[in-house]
Design a protein around this ligand. Sequence first.
Ligand code: HEC
Ligand code: HEC
Length: 436
Amino acid sequence: MHASTAAVLASLAGLAVVGAGCGASAPSPPPEPSPPAYLTDAAYRRATLLASLVNPHDGYAEDRIAHYATGAPGDWDALPEWNPSAELVEASELELPGGAPTTTLSDRAAPLDTSLTVTSIDDPALVALGQQAFERYPVQPAPYFSVALTSASAAATYGLWTDAKRGVGGLVRARMGDGSVTLAMTCSTCHAAPSPGGIEPGLSNRALALGAAVLATEPWAPTRMAAWGPGRIDVTTSTGLEPARIPDLRPVAFLSYIQQDATLRVVDPTTLAIRIETLVIASNEEAVRPPRILALALAAYVRSLASALPSFDEAKAAQPEGAQVFESACTGCHVPPTLSGEPVPLAQIGTDPTLGDSPSRGTGMYRVPSLHGVGTRGPLLHDATLPDVDAMFDPSRLDPGFTDRLHGTGPVQGHLYGLSLTDAQRASLVAFLKAL
Ligand code: HEC
Ligand code: HEC
């Protein structure tokens, strides 16, 4: 792998952050001071960062503690703001001879308009800017995806969706600091996917074959990237052997810990904004930073996605029997109304411990995913091994001869809860989960 690609992929460790609900009992986060202190007060950003890091001694935390809002000259606050001219790759461009251009910009290209004044994180204008940024802001250069833009079938091979309005897998062309043009991913490349209603923001792009695209264009890249498979990315970079699922962002507002190994405690919405800000910094070799208004707008937009998901009471009304099973077996960890809760030690949950033990950012725990949206989400578990709730609550996944896992081989261990219920109880439980 090219050194810069390694750095960029490593930086994805910083990828996940989310702001919202304090534990299981509080469905909505505490309000930010107004105007948001994240925009005005470096000491507040620093304090929030420190309060959010669950394991201050892993690589993820140490990098941020050393460089973020330290007050010292030359830390990340001193980096130039990055809001380049960019444009979506259009679906119709895949029909051009040779495919979509990857090194030239049209006169459609423009930076995002960041000239708004916000009074609160719930400001609709801020959420609207966040949506634009989610769809168009170049988070991270991805020149290797040129291999997927030669035709519509190449795009499909690498898991890029196409849409008349939303373009090709959320990829953009962006003007770099040296004047050249490069392909870049947006949040939507990983965190949007086709659904019956069109391209749905927040859904994991379970088809995205990022490792395969890197291997196809950078023959020196480590072959272990092939094992990532679709829908997974190694965000730790120390070995390349710890791929994580691209998670569903729709329920982020319900989470009190973000990143599947519970790297960050959600102190307030600023935690999510810092997570996004430092992700962009790390993804761009620590040479630029996003305008803070954009990081805050992205946090506001991601938090807003939860409002479209069914509530616990709606699912309970639709599937009362399954809700009863759920309340007797599951709410110790998936606590209503958020259906998330305190992280669980690896030995207790029993799923694959590789990510949770990672020296780069492990905490020795996995966070409890919110089950809001679980009926329309997939794949499941932090390592994306199971396609859906049917597979998760089918006890045959424990059989030594089990062959239906999405990645790897052998049985899918751990999270035994619900597996010893009767067939009828499991059926009603699964029906309830599908109503969420
Ligand atoms: C290359 C694919 C990719 C891109 C681009 C990307 N992410 Fe992610 N994101 C991931 C992966 C993989 C994880 C899981 C990391 C983990 O669990 O440790 C993640 C995790 C997250 C989380 C934490 C979710 C949770 O459930 O804990 C948030 C929030 C998030 N991303 C927001 C964003 C935003 C906002 C953008 C755009 C600025 C973005 N991501 C760009 C792949 C990506
Ligand atoms: C001891 C705490 C605990 C209990 C009890 C528990 N869960 Fe979980 N659940 C977790 C954790 C932790 C994970 C994440 C595991 C991982 O990613 O490896 C999880 C993951 C899940 C997932 C996968 C969601 C996703 O997005 O990947 C589903 C579905 C789920 N649980 C449903 C249930 C149901 C239904 C019950 C009751 C039968 C239950 N859980 C009981 C802690 C618990």
